[in-house]
Design a protein around this ligand. Structure first.
Ligand code: GAP
Length: 497
């Protein structure tokens, strides 16, 4: 039996990964709190992402912008006017639900991006009812997803501001400052990790659709004349990926697998840049233990593209509730920089030394990752109900495992706890490790497996004599005798796999 999202939510709560926000007050829909173990995993995801996409590259820098910005930022970006979903309200019980997802659930057709009139027509044609009370719907409406707040002591409309719905805009508004400070030359990326807020009509599927979530985004800027000149494309051209183009969806064909090189040559993916970033995103997930076969790239239909996008591909994951977006990757052209130039009347262009012209760079691919969705998929792919062992084994990549090793004394006497604690304290200086002396060794192994601890270190009577301990591997259960002095290197090597 496959695991459902509800099963994952209860596992996460039981083991201290994720809690419903404000649970003691009945909960707050669309908001979640990460518990002690979840906070570790989430931090590791963000750190690994930052290392992979910023530190390990010469062409990317990172910023950390504010959650609230001048309201004109969101006017210029189009979010105040266009960032909307369609809402259906039940005339009887007043339940509010998202129109497109209701159509998708009921009629099993793609509805993202449908207009109000189309939703109303489908509701009427198919006599769709409220899922809660079976009442009729009122006429559908557009609903803006921006979270409003007031800044300062005033309550008037001039004090209205918005919580950011994406981190991306801070990259555009700081574009010139960051670029000048770091002397960046095109092509280059500016990245940001941080919270985003959307007043989702119907948050659901646990961490998949929340009202407060985190993003890891890169705006990758290129010369407008170099839209197809990705110098790194060679590195990914043989990378295989399952794809589902807009044409295949229109023609109701099945998805297929191909190399990114072929997809670009055949014009399925329009630019080498888009192909490159899609492959890099897929590679990053797989490098951290996600299962390659659970991913595909899907092109947006014309109807579902955001207001700023020329072409968009999502990297999708095969969730228990179907193929859904894990990361979005839009070609935003020069839309955002041009809008901010227009609204701020500031010069955000760059000077092209070769042509001696001012240019406004393009963002031909904007890799926009969700931290919470990433957390969810790493958990799904790691979760194994091991019938032979009789317990769950959370096979998280060691880099993501919340606790890297657990130290046990074999018995709680004859100096073993003292020696085990000494080892634990030394390891704790470098790694997040725990000490556990309660229950049988088997029980302690099972407890460690369930939270994904890659190594268990047992101190026994021989340890006192010869300075060795037993190290047991979570995935293979193989136990090895090693020197206490080698433990740091062993854990370190595990983290580098
Ligand atoms: N800057 C582009 C942008 O924000 P998006 O496709 O709207 O694009 C990017 O969002 C990613 O942010 C999504 O792929 C998803 O991982 C995450 N995300 C968006 N809305 C979310 C929500 N309500 N809850 C959790 N994650 C969300």
């Amino acid at each position: 039996m496959t695991m459902t999202t509800d099963d994952m939510a209860s596992f996460c709560k039981r083991k201290g990964f994720v809690y419903q926000n404000s649970e003691i007050y009945g909960g707050m829909s669309g908001f979640f709190d990460y518990g002690p173990l979840g906070a570790e995993v989430k931090n590791s995801i963000k750190q690994s992402w930052w290392r992979f996409f910023i530190h390990q590259r010469e062409d990317c820098i990172g910023i950390d912008g504010s959650i609230i910005s001048h309201p004109t930022v969101w006017k210029a970006s189009g979010h105040v006017d266009c960032f909307e979903d369609i809402m259906l309200v039940c005339s009887k019980c007043k339940e509010k639900i998202r129109g497109d997802t209701h159509i998708e659930d009921e009629l099993k057709i793609a509805a993202d991006g449908m207009k109000v009139a189309e939703i109303n027509q489908l509701v009427r044609e198919h006599n769709l009812k409220c899922p809660k009370c079976k009442g009729d719907f009122e006429e559908a409406n557009d609903f803006n997803l921006m979270f409003k707040t007031q800044v300062g002591p005033s309550q008037d409309s001039k004090a209205t501001a918005y919580l950011r719905p994406e981190t991306a805009q801070l990259i555009f508004t700081n574009f010139r400052l960051a670029t000048d400070n770091m002397r960046m030359k095109l092509p280059f990326g500016i990245a940001q990790v941080g919270k985003a807020f959307r007043n989702e009509i119907s948050p659901r599927n646990f961490l998949f659709r929340c009202r407060e979530f985190e993003q890891m985004e890169i705006e990758y800027f290129i010369h407008p004349k170099g839209l197809n000149d990705c110098p790194f494309f060679e590195e990914v051209k043989d990378h295989e990926i399952v794809y589902y183009s807009a044409k295949m969806q229109d023609e109701k064909r099945e998805m297929e697998k191909a190399t990114v090189g072929k997809l670009v040559t055949d014009g399925v993916i329009k630019t080498t840049w888009h192909g490159y970033w899609l492959a890099m995103a897929h590679k990053w997930y797989v490098s951290l233990g996600a299962k390659s076969e659970n991913f595909r790239i899907r092109q947006h239909l014309d109807t579902e593209k955001s207001h700023y996008a020329l072409d968009t591909w999502d990297l999708e994951y095969n969730f228990p509730f179907g193929w859904k977006e894990l990361i979005g990757m839009a070609n935003r052209t020069d839309f955002d920089l041009s809008q901010h130039i227009k609204f701020s009347k500031k010069d955000l262009s760059l000077f092209d030394e070769e042509t001696k012209e001012k240019i406004v760079p393009h963002v031909v691919a904007e890799p926009s990752f969700g931290v919470d969705r990433s957390f969810l998929i790493f958990m799904f792919d790691a979760y194994v109900d091991d019938k032979e062992r009789g317990n769950i084994v959370l096979k998280l990549h060691p880099k993501l495992a919340p606790i890297k090793a657990s130290v046990f004394p074999l018995v709680n006497k004859e100096g073993l706890p003292e020696l085990a604690k000494k080892i634990y304290k030394e390891l704790r200086m470098d790694f997040n490790v725990t000490y556990d002396q309660s229950g049988s060794i088997g029980r302690r192994y099972a407890r460690s497996d369930e939270i994904g601890t890659p190594l268990c270190i047992t101190v026994d009577f021989d340890s006192k004599e010869d300075g060795t301990v037993t190290v047991r591997d979570r995935d293979t259960t193989i136990q090895e005798r090693v020197k206490i002095d080698d433990l740091k290197n062993i854990i370190d090597a595990k983290l580098r796999t």
